[in-house]
Design a protein around this ligand. Structure first.
Ligand SMILES: CC(=O)N[C@H]1[C@@H](OP(=O)(O)OP(=O)(O)OC[C@H]2O[C@@H](n3ccc(=O)[nH]c3=O)[C@H](O)[C@@H]2O)O[C@H](CO)[C@@H](O)[C@@H]1O
Length: 376
């Protein structure tokens, strides 16, 4: 069985691709998998580390308005469909999967034109523009949220399947002790995990300054804060300037990026997160209560919809980015930590939303598309 999988730009598109690919490899014997991304996306860093063969195409994203830039992008997209078709003809996949991000547009389009079975996976409540366009061409759409079905509503209903979002198996298997050990956390303190999505979030990073003023040196709580690669130096500088000595506080760990996020999730008692769909799938699979601050500029404000889906079920508290202040974040964290009954109720409700079997369901759906004469 040969499969091409494509998705890129941010962790929210890349990790689903990696997870589905690994699940397909587990289910189908002798599988050969090729990942297609761009040279510049986060995938160029993450995918080879995960041991997949990685091919690249040149492709640009469309702006969400009429512009000359878009005309140029469309012309260059024709070139990327051509290079995708070449990769597909050389690799001869039995099925092609896309997990979003503009790189998978030309790849899936080329596959569909070459009559190769295709599947896309949409992580968000409101689908991204690439997947909306691709929906017209592909055989199956696996959606992370039931609500997303409505947005793809005018396509054939049998084309759309609600699977949930795929999460890495290690997210489920990591234990609290393993997480504490790997991240050098204190087993006697509660752990607050702060992550602004795969690229970090400046407004959360800034609000954290007050949180540090309040909790630095606390014997009750420790903070693991992932700033995003680009933000790391400035946030560490700001903390220093505000007079907090991280190395002496004994309860603050700051990282630019975590390659072992499943272990951090294993140790977390409470999370402060953006509302990227995969991050939320991971939180709910583990049942981690969360304070969510949706990124307000996400396309069609989709993070807000993702976050409200959890809030509606009582699994999370939402703070709008424009209302986020250090004082408000500190108070919300304090309120939750001082209320164990509320925390455990949120944890239970969060777990009820989790769909740890999603990756397997998507992999089976993809394998089911392979034409019988091509099954090997
Ligand atoms: C700004 C924007 O438009 N972001 C989108 C992007 O988010 P983003 O890439 O931030 O997405 P998610 O929160 O969905 O997923 C992040 C993934 O990266 C992992 N991770 C993150 C940080 C880290 O240090 N280490 C690590 O491994 C997380 O565990 C998770 O698996 O894709 C998501 C899924 O389509 C969307 O819902 C988000 O709205």
């Amino acid at each position: 069985m040969r499969m091409i999988i494509s998705g890129g730009g941010t962790g929210g598109h890349i990790y689903p691709a990696i997870t589905i690919a690994k699940e397909v490899a587990k289910l189908a014997k002798n599988s050969e998998i090729l990942f297609v991304g761009t040279k510049h996306g986060l995938e160029a860093d993450i995918v080879p580390k995960e041991g997949f063969n990685f091919a690249t195409i040149e492709v640009r994203g469309l702006e969400r308005r009429l512009s000359w830039q878009n005309v140029r992008t469309i012309i260059s997209t024709i070139g990327s469909v051509w290079s995708s078709a070449k990769i597909i003809k050389d690799f001869k996949p039995d099925v092609v999967i896309g997990t979003g991000g503009y790189v998978c547009g030309p790849v899936l389009l080329a596959a569909s034109l070459l009559k190769i079975p295709t599947l896309i996976q949409e992580q968000n409540v409101i689908p991204g523009i690439t997947n909306k366009i691709l929906a017209r061409f592909v055989d199956k759409i696996a959606v992370g949220y039931a609500e997303a079905e409505r947005c793809f509503g005018r396509y054939k209903p049998q084309q759309i399947v609600f699977t949930g979002n795929p999460i890495r198996p290690e997210v489920m298997s990591a234990t609290r002790q393993e997480g504490q050990l790997a991240l050098q956390l204190d087993a006697n303190k509660l752990t607050l995990l702060v992550v602004g999505g795969s690229r970090g979030a400046r407004s959360i990073n800034n609000a954290m300054l007050d949180v540090y003023q309040h909790f630095a040196g606390s014997q009750r709580i420790q903070i693991l804060h992932v700033t995003g690669q680009n933000e790391y130096n400035s946030i560490v500088g700001n903390i220093k300037q505000s007079g907090i000595d991280i190395s002496n506080a004994g309860n603050i760990i700051i990282k630019p990026y975590l390659y072992n996020m499943p272990l951090a999730l294993g140790a977390a008692d409470l999370a402060v997160f953006r509302a990227g769909a995969v991050g939320l799938a991971e939180l709910t699979a583990r049942g981690i209560p969360a304070i969510l601050i949706p990124y307000p500029y996400a396309a069609e404000n989709h993070q807000e919809f993702n976050a409200r889906a959890l809030e509606k079920q009582g699994a999370a508290v939402v703070i709008a980015d424009k209302e986020l202040t250090g004082a408000k974040l500190t108070k919300t964290i304090e309120t939750l930590l001082n209320n164990p009954a509320m925390l455990s109720d949120m944890a239970k409700k969060s777990r009820e939303l989790g769909r740890p079997q999603a990756a397997e369901a998507i992999a089976r759906l993809a394998l089911g598309l392979i034409k019988p004469q091509r099954k090997r």
